[in-house]
Design a protein around this ligand. Sequence first.
Ligand SMILES: [Fe+2]
Ligand SMILES: [Fe+2]
Length: 284
Amino acid sequence: MDYAFKPVSEHQNGATFPVRRMDYSFEGINRDFIKNNPVSSALWIAFQAYFPEGEQFFVDSVRASQKEITDPQLKRDVSAFIGQEAMHGKEHKVANLAFAKVGINVNKLEKAAGWVRKQTNQRLGKKLRLAVTAAAEHFTGVIAQQIAFHPGFLSGVTDPQIKQLILWHAMEETEHRAVAFDLYQHTKGDYLTRALGMGIVSAGIAPVVLVDMVACLRQTGQLSKTKAWAEFLVDYWGPKGFFTQAVPELMKYFKADFHPNQENPEELLHAFRRYLDIVEPTFH
Ligand SMILES: [Fe+2]
Ligand SMILES: [Fe+2]
């Protein structure tokens, strides 16, 4: 790794995965950090613009059901989930500020996301909010899998700090990918509401991200770069594209007997530890 991975601190408190405190600065980041392509980079900038508020939404929704937990291990894992998501929100907020310094200000997007979070918290019941969170966690889990294994993705990330942010976040999404789902099942969540949660997530993400990508590209005057759009479409929606390959994985969520850890996450975690130069934990 060309940028040392050094958490400020790390604690586990009996959970099945640790909470790492990070403190990135993102000084001097490369704005077009995905293959030096402004369109592909705008996708990730628009997507990550929602993380500070999105992560807060996940935390709010698991907290609302936390009192109903009777299983001590799940209780510890939910606390660690909250710790990891809070840290993701904090570091992505710093990244958002760094992008503003290089010409892409996502302040308006963050504010809009904050408004949506508050409205959702007020208007939707806790079961549906937890279902939306469990679905979004499957979404981030699938994206994490793509980040690690999609050919050419990681080698195309040209900014070492952003690369590390992506890898750290994706690794932790993999570590905690079953927590919101297990909490949903533990609190007697039904299949239909769970499927509705995924319906909301899948219908909502693509149009919002597309509109916001356009907003980001307008700021830097790169909206009409047709070559960059063409490369983006092939890389993400072509026959072997990043999203084309993610869709069947996302759809598995609709199976009645789905569980996020059905496909053993160990291989994926092993890959992230290798990328980040983390010594593999030993079990006695
Ligand atoms: Fe996260
Ligand atoms: Fe997550």
